[in-house]
Design a protein around this ligand. Structure first.
Ligand code: GAP
Length: 591
């Protein structure tokens, strides 16, 4: 991509120019502008909604259809017990520091990271963050007042609401689409005929009351996630790594991040697994699926990497996590996380709900196993323990399952409310018997590729943003991939003329029938119309001129966006040729 140089505009970061273009051309803009706007909420305009829809469709094709996974669409509001179980009520917090002068709230870890050499302040305990703020005499990013004496507090990011009138049923807007999948697991496993592994996807809105939303659609309070929850048997299921073994990746593992001289590693998925750089094979598999997908939707691979989470950075549920990151004006932003969530979520929902979050795994052959059980003498336990007798029974049952050697002596010791008690073994009815079982209940582990759609859209636009000079005039254009460009072709009659307009309308009809997304534009001079389409990233423009209607063979001018090269093509073949280019079967240069 060429960059203009020498002018003031050239010194302006691409992000600033992109945000201006996005608003002017209908990609995205802050919502509720008529009421002063509200931080962290954005509306996708006609171009943006179309681009975002195309990115979502491309994601669905790859992660649901091509992988054979199911897709669901769950509500965005869920009742409180869901988030008690998931741990979000307790631990989905950010660190907040409030300015004593202007009252503005800021993320304390961001204030530290933006003004010191700390790179991972999120993982520091609160007292340490307070110390760093005081030591570096950090100030409010909005008004410059000192923050040294301010307390840093935790702030839960979930938006709360009440379900129905009154406040008897508190609810929350989901902070991740994933919980909508986990809570439905007891039904979803039936649809998968109780066979592991299987995957469930969901594309939908998530909500986080971010302390300081920033950088337009990169950090908002309402955004779209595309998530896959892939349920596996940790003992037996293995990913089809051979399908992605040759995918080349740039990795930034923890070891390299912690090493002063550390750097990113260029390798393949196969080698990274073999050398232990990526320890989790399932995570490696999905990194291998994701990399070509990002490339196909237009992320610049020179500004793309996978970075492993440092231990303090990992979410409360994750055993290992890698992020897909893109470079934006010299900064790396997280576009997706690939985590091994283990059995954390399903076990929690099993514990907190009344349903079963396991899969029954049938053995090929029934197995004979030894089972230790107790059958306590209640005529002894009753008088000895009174109301606590039933608790003693469950303690004995758990102990028999866990440690049968505890019953080898004359007495057995149990703990009851912190106090230890001894019972004669003969009163416990302890025995070990043989039992034939057909299978076992397994709690699946979850591998989760979690994509932020808005950040993909932002990256694709940012990486597509280009400037050059055409016929002595500066030009801005978006080098969008045809797969995601909101409009594939613009059709223009050269001038306001009934004959030209009639042909142009026929061309529009033909192209639309061929399944192409088309815009018709007859306003302003032709150069201006080209510039307009260049700025929204339309790959081709077709102009109907006097040669079209006067020459023996009906031809039109087709102009390619990036090269601005023009060719004359026969109208009869136009739809077929452009559809073939759109599908990647033909190339414009070769016509
Ligand atoms: N279910 C896992 C999960 O939600 P996450 O890393 O918190 O993991 C996944 O979020 C992705 O969602 C991120 O990689 C990012 O692309 C996107 N995302 C998270 N917070 C966001 C925000 N405030 N604004 C826009 N996108 C966000």
């Amino acid at each position: 991509m060429s960059e203009a140089n020498g002018s003031d505009a050239a010194d302006q970061p691409t992000s600033e120019k992109l945000v201006e273009l996005a608003k002017r051309r209908g990609y995205f803009f802050q919502s509720s502008g008529a009421y002063g706007g509200v931080g962290g909420f954005y509306t996708f305009g006609p171009q943006g909604a179309s681009l975002k829809g195309n990115v979502e469709d491309a994601w669905r094709d790859r992660f649901a259809v091509a992988e054979g996974n199911m897709e669901i669409d769950a509500p965005t509001i869920m009742p409180e017990p869901v988030f008690e179980a998931s741990g979000h009520l307790e631990g989905f917090d950010d660190m907040l520091v409030e300015c004593p002068e202007c009252g503005e709230s800021h993320r304390a870890d961001h204030v530290v990271e933006d003004n010191t050499s700390y790179e991972d302040a999120e993982s520091l305990p609160i007292p340490e963050v307070e110390e760093v703020i005081a030591e570096y005499e950090l100030v409010c990013p909005s008004c410059g007042a000192g923050l040294a004496d301010q307390a840093v507090e935790t702030f839960n990011l979930m938006f709360d609401t009440n379900i129905g009138p009154g406040d008897s049923q508190p609810g929350y807007l989901r902070p991740e689409t994933a919980q909508g999948i986990f809570v439905e697991f007891p039904r979803l496993k039936e649809y998968a005929r109780n066979q592991l592994p299987f995957g469930v996807t969901q594309i939908g809105r998530a909500y986080r009351n971010e302390i300081s939303p920033r950088r337009s659609i990169i950090r908002t309070r309402e955004f779209t996630q595309a998530e896959l929850e892939y349920f596996v048997d940790p003992e037996t299921d293995e990913p089809p790594l051979e399908r992605v073994a040759d995918v080349e990746v740039r990795l930034y593992p923890v070891g390299e991040q912690n090493d002063e001289d550390g750097s990113e590693i260029e390798t393949t998925i196969g080698d990274a697994v073999e050398e232990g750089v990526i320890a989790d094979e399932w995570v490696a598999y999905f990194l291998g699926v994701a990399k070509p997908w990002y490339e196909a939707v237009g992320v610049d691979m020179d500004r793309f990497r996978f970075r492993q989470h440092l231990s303090g950075e990992r979410a409360h549920y994750a055993a290992d996590c890698w992020d897909a990151e893109s470079e934006i004006d010299g900064n790396w932003i997280e576009m997706a996380g690939f985590a091994n969530r283990t059995d954390y979520d399903l076990s929690k929902h099993e514990e907190y709900s009344e349903d079963r979050f396991t899969v029954f795994k049938q053995y090929d052959e029934p197995k004979t196993v030894e089972r230790a059980t107790v059958d306590p003498d209640m005529s002894y336990l009753g008088p000895e323990f009174g109301g606590a007798a039933q608790e003693v029974v469950s303690e004995l049952e758990t102990l028999a399952e866990r440690d049968r050697s505890a019953f080898e002596g004359e007495t057995v010791e149990i703990e009851l409310e912190g106090e230890s008690h001894e019972l004669p073994v003969e009163k416990t009815g302890f025995s070990v018997d043989e039992e034939t079982i057909a299978g076992e209940h397994v709690t699946p582990h979850v591998i989760e590729p979690s994509f932020g759609v808005d950040r993909v859209v932002y990256t694709v636009l940012h990486h597509a943003y280009s400037e050059d000079e055409v016929d002595g005039e500066e030009r801005t254009y978006l080098e969008l991939d045809p797969e995601v460009a909101p409009t594939f072709v613009g059709v223009f009659p050269l001038q306001s003329d009934d004959e030209l307009e009639a042909v142009a309308n026929d061309v529009v009809d033909d192209l639309r029938k061929a399944g192409l997304s088309v815009t018709y534009d007859d306003s302003g001079n032709i150069g201006r119309r080209y510039r307009r389409q260049d700025e929204v990233g339309t790959p081709f423009c077709v102009t109907i001129d006097y040669e079209t209607v006067e020459a023996e063979e009906t031809t039109v001018t087709v102009r390619e966006r990036d090269s601005t090269e023009q060719k004359r093509l026969a109208v009869d073949d136009l739809a077929e040729t452009l559809a073939a280019i759109r599908n990647g079967d033909r190339e414009f240069e070769a016509l």
